[in-house]
Design a protein around this ligand. Sequence first.
Ligand code: NAD
Length: 379
Amino acid sequence: MTFLPFVHDTPSTRVVFGSGRRRELTQEVERLGARRVLLIAGRHDTDLSAELAEGLGELLVAHVDEVVMHVPAAVAARALEAATAADADLIVAAGGGSAIGLAKAVARHRRTRILALPTTYAGSEMTQILGITEAGRKRTVNDEALRPQTVIYDPELTLGLPRDLSANSGMNALAHLVEGLYAPGVSPLSVVTAQEGIRALASALPRVMQDPMDRDARADALAGAWLGGWVLGTTGMGVHHTICHVLGGTFDLPHAPTHAAVLPYATAYNAEVAPEAMRRIAHALTEAFTPESDAATGLWSLGQHVGATTSLRALGLPHDALEPAVDLVVEANPVNPRPLDRESLLTLLEAAYWGNPPRLLIGARAQRIIDAGARRAES
Ligand code: NAD
């Protein structure tokens, strides 16, 4: 691979990884010298909240359990109030990307440090990026102060993640790794990391589906998710993430299933202009899971195999939302290897809407997808 000139900053997040290591939380809090902890943990696991609260003892000064996907600004304002009232000097965020996102929304105003205990494969814990939603628009804030200081990855926290969420969240992590191979900040280090992350997830997710209590498979998937977050937090994003932000922020689609439904098509969209990235994705998928195929088809097959969401239609997106969604993606104007034009983006979204095999998107066959979609929409 020929690398363009690049800048790589090594981000400083301490990562503690292993089964049962959530029990080292107090030790890690003390290591940061914190005295007043705000716990952000949603209502999906009250046992976890109780366990963490008991471990923190007097260090815990407040608990916010109102956690909402896409971090609505009003919810963030209430969490900020709670943090300010409690004079918190550290936020412990336990949960998926929504809990960790809420912690970042508070940290943005108070500069409070964050310790994260992720329970999904979303990867937010490794990034300096916040997605926040207001008036039907999700916007991103990029601020190094939002990157968590410490992350405790305990695979036991993912044992209860339902199958559909595991599959879709795994595809979300894969999306970070795929876009990291052609994003603006790509470097020799991010490339090998992305390839290894794809391999880890493609090998682990089918095993997780077979037995969600398989601890080794859960650990491998979480390690892949860590690499996904790392790649997202050191490189950047392209058209795929922008589409998912628009569909989540404006059309209120759920985050991980949307990533799962769009990823093969965004990959196909870039296939002809990023051949080296495609070769690496296909190679990692083939090593771990699929018979030889192009990158987009390999991702599509993996999604089908693990039971991830495979179409936007299945998420209830109305067909007439595609055109306004394209307009918003064009307006956002992400950096992407293939230039964005309305017609091609509509083809991409049309294909993702129906869940057609993505290889049809590559080259001249794209038109067929539009035609088939239009016929079906009419009927
Ligand atoms: P989520 O955090 O909203 O969790 C989805 C659902 O799963 C919730 O109901 C939650 O309570 C439940 N859940 C979480 N962990 C569980 C577990 N172990 N067992 C059972 N249930 C569990 O969803 P997500 O996909 O993790 O995160 C999505 C959010 O994260 C979006 O707002 C997205 O923008 C953000 N995100 C941000 C970044 C970033 O770098 N800024 C990266 C990825 C995602």
